[in-house]
Design a protein around this ligand. Sequence first.
Ligand SMILES: Cc1cc2nc3c(=O)[nH]c(=O)nc-3n(C[C@H](O)[C@H](O)[C@H](O)COP(=O)(O)OP(=O)(O)OC[C@H]3O[C@@H](n4cnc5c(N)ncnc54)[C@H](O)[C@@H]3O)c2cc1C
Length: 430
Amino acid sequence: MARSSYPRYPDACGWTALLPPRVPRPTVSGTHRVKYAVVGGGYTGLAAARRLAELEPGASIMVLEASTAGEGSAARNSGFASPRDVPSGATQAELQRGAAQNRLTEEGFGWLTEIMERYGFGCELELTGRIKGAATEAGAALVRSQREGALRLGVAHEFLDAGQMEARIGSRYYGAGLFTGEGYLLQPAALIQGLADCLPGSVALHENSPVTALRRRGQWQLETPEARITADAVVLATNAAVKNFGYLRDRLVTIYTYAALTEAMRPEDAAHLGFMAHWGLLPAHRLGTTVRRVGTDRLMVRSMYSYERGIAPERARETLLSCFHRRYPALAHVALEYVWGGTTALTMNGSPFWGQIDAGLFTSAGCNGAGIVKGTILGKRLAELMLVVADPQEVSAAFGTANWIAPEPFRSIGFHAIAAVERRRAGAEA
Ligand SMILES: Cc1cc2nc3c(=O)[nH]c(=O)nc-3n(C[C@H](O)[C@H](O)[C@H](O)COP(=O)(O)OP(=O)(O)OC[C@H]3O[C@@H](n4cnc5c(N)ncnc54)[C@H](O)[C@@H]3O)c2cc1C
């Protein structure tokens, strides 16, 4: 039997704190027999459960979430989502792969917006475009090469010099930037709570119900602190925590990253946030800091990556405060109201692991920090794979598959060495 620990969230997520309180679904107790059990109520798990219910309306489906909708990484993220991405390069192979990915992510994004419309809930979804911000020479070179790529591919964009960056976002910190019109921002806690609260009737969601053991005896048996569940098939939609069940330890690493929301600013302070009413900035360097404007009067900052374990809360707060104040010295008197951490799963080659891992056991994990849309479409396709209506080649052709990672201690030595080099390269963008 695989006994599993499960994530706990000691620091309250700021996005959830901004929403009205929500009553979580009841903890599971007693003995249950279901056709499908889904472990994890993030984007992947809820998409898989919803799609199973659509395709097999009579089937009993249970979703078991260790925490609540609003406390997992599905709510803790920065809220960047996009139906399309610019391909990584302009070779024939890169263009084909980019188009295959975009077909899937467009479907995932379309499905999310359709669900929101059908059930009438919002998540402050705004088409804002994206700014890639460069605060170093190396970052500026990356931005210039992305501009070349955008030009070659005919993607509408605007190259921004330091003055134009300052006008848009109010900060003199960035020497250059690239604005592309694609890309949405949303309130992630509102989205995941909305999705959790409009599941089809045949899906029973149980929150505060961690699965602590999983074994197969003909059927699958799952244990939570107060219940035993038997299921014909199981979806492990726990992202990096799939390793807690003994799977994919040679494919995924768990990364902790941190985010903060400022306190609400006075109008004269908010005037320092540039002329754009809504904007989201991603760093040119992948280990850099993400910044976005939230509503009229707050900023969100996300930064830091820590391997397999979290950072002390005071260090996370101090670092995020410094990231914010370095970019906005005129707002040095503005404090952070909420600071929180979350996890994501990284793979060596950036591809997710998606598919069957044992008889009647399926998973999709490793969205590499972009799980709102990818988690949704990969969860949807996983349900289709289980009911034999999906072509597994479609997913691997678009996203590839997570490759092997060396075991410990080589893995952590390698990670720390790469991270040290990359941190130096990120420089002021961190
Ligand atoms: C700070 C931060 C910023 C990010 N920014 C973005 C962004 O801007 N855009 C974007 O697309 N992505 C972003 N991400 C990544 C995104 O949040 C994840 O990729 C996404 O949440 C993955 O969805 P998922 O459903 O696969 O996994 P998760 O959302 O992690 O859901 C897995 C769920 O499984 C539950 N679970 C784990 N173990 C058990 C168990 N034993 N029993 C029951 N339940 C269990 C967990 O509590 C969790 O709720 C960010 C992540 C972080 C941490």
